[in-house]
Structures are given as C-alpha cells and as structure tokens.
Design a protein. Structure first.
Length: 80
C-alpha cells in the first residue's frame, strides 16, 4: 500500500495528478514509494498502456421509464 504521509510534497502532488487507474495500481502495489523518482520509475516500468476501462468513471446508466408499461404512472405529474 502506498503511504501518502511518506511521500515528499512533490511526489504527492505528482501522484494526485496521475490518472485514477495509475493511482489505484500504485495504492495496491507492495513497493515503497517516497520520492517523485520512485513514482516515475514505477509508472514507466509498469503502468504504460494500462489505462483500461476497469478504473474509468462511466456515466450512470439511463433508467428507462416504465410509463409505457404502466398507464397509471404516465398520468402522474413529473416530480422534477
């Protein structure tokens, strides 16, 4: 696990600017990071090209209205 308190201020700032997938990977790494050079070396060795869909924020799925299925719901006024 990454210890945020052990990072130098420059390393912490750099870490926070990384994509979320990189931050998650570094947080779950069993390596010790203390300096900006440590973070950059790990990123270069292990994280290039790993920005997958797994950690991306996807939009909330649209919830279809059931008004076509239930005429009583279609008669209710919108609560917006």
């Amino acid at each position: 696990m990454l210890d945020h308190a052990a990072l130098t201020p420059e390393a912490l700032s750099y870490f926070q600017s990384l994509p979320l997938s990189y931050q998650v990977a570094m947080n779950h790494s069993n390596l010790t990071f203390r300096t900006l050079e440590d973070l950059k070396a790990y990123e270069e060795r292990n994280l290039q090209g790993t920005d997958s869909v797994l950690y991306q924020r996807l939009p909330d799925p649209a919830i279809p209205s059931n008004s076509a299925l239930d005429p009583l719901d279609a008669q209710l006024p919108d609560s917006k």
